[in-house]
Design a binder for this molecule. Structure first.
Ligand SMILES: NC(=O)c1ccc[n+]([C@@H]2O[C@H](COP(=O)([O-])OP(=O)(O)OC[C@H]3O[C@@H](n4cnc5c(N)ncnc54)[C@H](OP(=O)(O)O)[C@@H]3O)[C@@H](O)[C@H]2O)c1
Length: 280
């Protein structure tokens, strides 16, 4: 099975739009970007376009490349205090001079739709997530939509970043998988990956997961976005792994679209939370 992330995300967005329309709520997402990185600008544009599709309002704060930590913090403070803003997304990476951790910690946990604030990471690790980071949460949605069971399965995650690897492992653990996290210092990576019933690769290395590293009938989730000769490809050697895998996500058209759809879902969740007395 090729897991069609584009189709699944479109279906989810359609359902979300209906739910938002019926709710009478008007969720609003604020994006904060600093610098001129073309890829970051493109991601932010795609997020605003997704907002339009599902009737979420959006505003974009754009800071110059020489913005410092205090400039970003000032914008975050305003957005935290603005009752019309449901969710705040700070596009990473920030320019070298900005203290990223300080910025992440400044976002109100209640508006932290990216789920990177230590409060939200802590909730996730304790098994009680409020907002889980969008890429791994989107992967859980893909697995659910494809009726792939997780309980009791051996899951291996390659990568331990705060954005993908660590929260992915936590979500799989919360769903009762037995989880191994691999990273650049892991000894005999192939032995680890080839033991996985569910293999998630988030290493950012083109065609790095080869067929001999994958168990027969494994579920293979490819998070990587890499370029070879200007062409987008994942971490997985898709053409050779697809015949071995029970299910596999392509790149493009797999995890990427679901990440943005999940951001929309988290923003709607934030709008709903702002109505009730949940204190984060
Ligand atoms: N499709 C999407 O929506 C989406 C979203 C986010 C990210 N991505 C993509 O996913 C990839 C990972 O993103 P990220 O932010 O997690 O990247 P990252 O912060 O660079 O983390 C990469 C991880 O891979 C590990 N790694 C690197 N080389 C390895 C090797 N040879 N063997 C085992 N592990 C290795 C690193 O280990 P160490 O910790 O030891 O250095 C690190 O933990 C990138 O290609 C990124 O563009 C896609």
């Amino acid at each position: 099975m090729i897991i069609d992330g584009k189709k699944i995300s479109e279906k989810r967005l359609e359902l979300l739009r209906e739910e938002i329309d019926e709710s009478g709520l008007y969720p609003r997402l604020a994006t904060v970007i600093a610098g001129d990185d073309p890829a970051s600008k493109m991601y932010v544009r795609m997020k605003h376009q997704a907002c339009e599709k599902v009737h979420i309002g959006s505003i974009g704060i754009s800071l110059p490349p020489d913005a410092g930590t205090s400039d970003v913090l000032e914008e975050i403070k305003k957005l935290n205090n603005d009752p019309d803003i449901s969710g705040i997304l700070v596009q990473l990476p920030l320019p070298a001079g900005v203290d990223t951790m300080k910025v992440i910690e400044a976002v109100s946990p209640a508006k932290d739709v990216d789920g990177f604030h230590p409060y939200n990471i802590g909730r996730l690790m304790s098994g009680h997530p409020v907002y889980a980071p969008c890429t791994p949460k989107g992967i859980m949605t893909l697995l659910e939509e494809c009726n792939i069971s997780i309980e009791g399965k051996k899951a291996v995650v390659v990568g331990r970043s705060i954005e993908v690897g660590r929260p992915m492992a936590a979500l799989l653990l919360n769903a009762d998988a037995t989880v191994t996290i691999c990273h650049s210092r892991t000894k005999n990576l192939a032995a680890e990956t080839s033991s996985a019933d569910i293999l998630v690769s988030a290493a950012g290395k083109a065609r790095f997961i080869t067929a001999d590293m994958v168990k027969d009938n494994a579920v293979v989730i490819d998070v990587g976005t890499n370029y070879i000769d200007g062409k987008l490809c994942g971490d997985v050697d898709f053409e050779n792994v697809r015949d071995k895998a029970a299910a596999i996500t392509p790149v493009p058209g797999g995890v990427g679209p679901m990440t943005i759809a999940t951001l929309m879902e988290n923003t709607y969740l934030a709008a709903k939370f702002s109505l009730c007395s949940i204190v984060l």
